[in-house]
Ligand binder design. Structure first.
Ligand SMILES: Cc1cc2nc3c(=O)[nH]c(=O)nc-3n(C[C@H](O)[C@H](O)[C@H](O)COP(=O)(O)OP(=O)(O)OC[C@H]3O[C@@H](n4cnc5c(N)ncnc54)[C@H](O)[C@@H]3O)c2cc1C
Length: 482
């Protein structure tokens, strides 16, 4: 039986998932409860939205949902903007169907007014928003919480198991895995979604519109050409084009349904075969933008009846590795810095930073996929063309950077730049986890080799033992030459 929104289960989950960001007063004159949607771009299984609706219903006040899109986030481009707008279109349509008051404000240029959410907060009883450690969201939310006068609460809707239950950085997958296993069942119980009981009246609707100072984007009514026109008018990087993968909760749900029916049964055998374009879930961009809840993904996988080996392999990826990345980013102040890596890695880097590198490539050569390594180039091409790299070549792509850059810091910087600029799932805790793992995070020392020191080596020349390298390279060359 799914839990009701006012159940003890939901209350307990919200206690574990909610962080008070400023300790300020609840504004008793506030006319509504405000949910500022920042990283969980969906209406279903959205813990911040659930918290906002619970509070609104308890107070008998209406709920306002605000989502905005700025041109100023790092690597803002046609690729990210298009995916976000496609997701917002789906959110707007679903909100209209169920009578939720949702609006979307697009700030096209850096000169456009950036204080919309502050004005909305000035009339709110409380602001609820999403807890997300990367993509600049944590810093933006902290500045906002400092500026506004009412209480601001951040709610963790990204992690399957509430991230607060892991208060310190976990040492490795093996330390978080058993803890997650114990907590997982309780964290993914289904909840019946409820709607706000008090609607916005016409006068308040007008006041909210006035506070926006702009007409919200009629995103729910826009087709793909309208979205492309809006994106073209934004002050963002137009050299990173949109990709074929369409954003939105409906697309994420369709992808999940296909995955559990047709792919999951053979996931254990197929997941490392990079030449197989349909051997994994392909959900990472949807999970990054919150178009689907990880709990929904885990439940669907478990209910599929897939063989245990494949089911376990998949659940490990989407829980252990993903939540380890969130844990690292939430509990490590400088989560992207080399200096945050464990002592043994500091020692090994210091000992090997001056080792001669076989060849050095500058960033432009790397970005244009013009190195002397066909497999590396293929991975870079897949990233540029599709916005994603298959996990196996992605590990090689990341590790190889250590061999081709003058020092570990340059390798780190180039990896973040290329990943976050071109990957649709970039700027995520998993981006940080994946790149820092290439530099030794969560691993143990592996001998002592030139350049690598104790960091686990991985080289493209051995990849053919793992997957059909020739077919993978051929597939990416076809994409690149189109
Ligand atoms: C250098 C490097 C950079 C990476 N950058 C990103 C990134 O920017 N964004 C991103 O989401 N992932 C990143 N990863 C992790 C991984 O490559 C992707 O999550 C995975 O390839 C996504 O494909 P999928 O959804 O088909 O995966 P599936 O195999 O279907 O896995 C399902 C989900 O589990 C999670 N997952 C799978 N593998 C990992 C992993 N190794 N670490 C953490 N979570 C995982 C993801 O959320 C994924 O969507 C990176 C890995 C490396 C080595």
């Amino acid at each position: 039986m799914p839990h009701a929104l006012d159940s003890d289960y939901v209350r307990d989950q919200l206690v574990a998932r909610t962080l008070d960001l400023n300790g300020k007063r609840y504004n008793s004159d506030g006319e509504y409860v405000l949910y500022w949607m920042q990283s969980t771009h969906r209406l279903e299984e959205n813990w911040a939205l659930r918290a906002a609706i619970r509070t609104a219903n308890r107070l008998k006040r209406p709920l306002v949902i605000h989502q905005g899109l700025d041109p100023s986030y790092p690597h803002a481009s046609d690729r990210h903007h298009t995916f976000i707008l496609q997701g917002a279109r789906e959110t707007a349509r679903r909100a209209a169907q169920c009578g939720l008051s949702y609006h979307f404000v697009l700030r096209r240029t850096r000169d456009d007014d950036r204080r919309v959410v502050d004005r909305l907060a000035s009339r709110a009883y409380v602001v609820l928003t999403d807890l997300f450690p990367t993509a600049g969201i944590r810093e933006r939310t902290a500045r906002f919480a400092e500026r506004v006068s009412c209480r601001v609460l951040a709610v963790d809707g990204s992690c399957t198991v509430p991230s607060s239950l892991f208060a310190t950085p976990e040492y490795a997958a093996r330390t978080i895995r058993p803890k997650l296993a114990k907590l997982l069942d309780a964290a993914i119980e289904p909840v019946t979604e409820s709607m706000p009981t008090v609607a916005l009246d016409d006068a308040l609707r007008v006041r909210v519109r006035e506070m926006l100072h702009v007409i919200p984007l009629p995103i729910g009514e826009m087709n793909d050409a309208d979205i492309a026109r809006e994106v073209a008018a934004c002050e963002i990087d137009h050299s990173v084009p949109a990709v074929a993968l369409q954003g939105g909760a409906a697309q994420a749900e369709a992808r999940l349904a296909h995955f559990v029916d047709d792919v999951l049964p053979t996931y254990a055998e197929r997941r490392n075969e990079a030449s197989d374009s349909d051997g994994t879930s392909g959900l990472s961009a949807y999970l990054h933008y919150g178009h689907i809840a990880s709990a929904q993904v885990v439940r669907a996988a478990r209910e599929s009846g897939a063989p245990a080996e494949s089911l376990n392999a998949f659940v490990q990826q989407v829980t252990t590795w993903r939540e380890l990345s969130f844990n690292w980013c939430l509990r490590t102040p400088q989560y992207e810095a080399l200096t945050s890596l464990p002592d043994w890695i500091q020692r090994t880097m210091a000992a090997h930073v001056h080792d001669p590198r076989p060849v050095l490539y500058d960033l432009a050569t790397l970005e244009a996929a013009r190195t002397g390594d066909a497999l590396w180039n293929a991975a870079q091409r897949q990233l540029v063309e599709t916005g994603l790299i298959h996990n196996y070549p992605r590990m090689l792509w990341g590790k190889t950077m250590l061999l081709w850059t003058p020092d570990y810091e340059t390798a780190r910087r180039h990896l973040f730049y290329l990943n976050d600029k071109w990957a649709l799932d970039g700027r995520d805790p998993n981006s940080v986890g994946g790149i820092m793992w290439c530099l030794g995070l969560w691993d143990r020392p592996w001998g002592n080799k030139p350049i690598w020191g104790g960091i686990r080596p991985m080289v493209t020349s051995r990849a053919k033992l793992k997957f059909d390298v020739k077919s993978y390279i051929a597939a990416q060359e076809t994409l690149w030459s189109r």
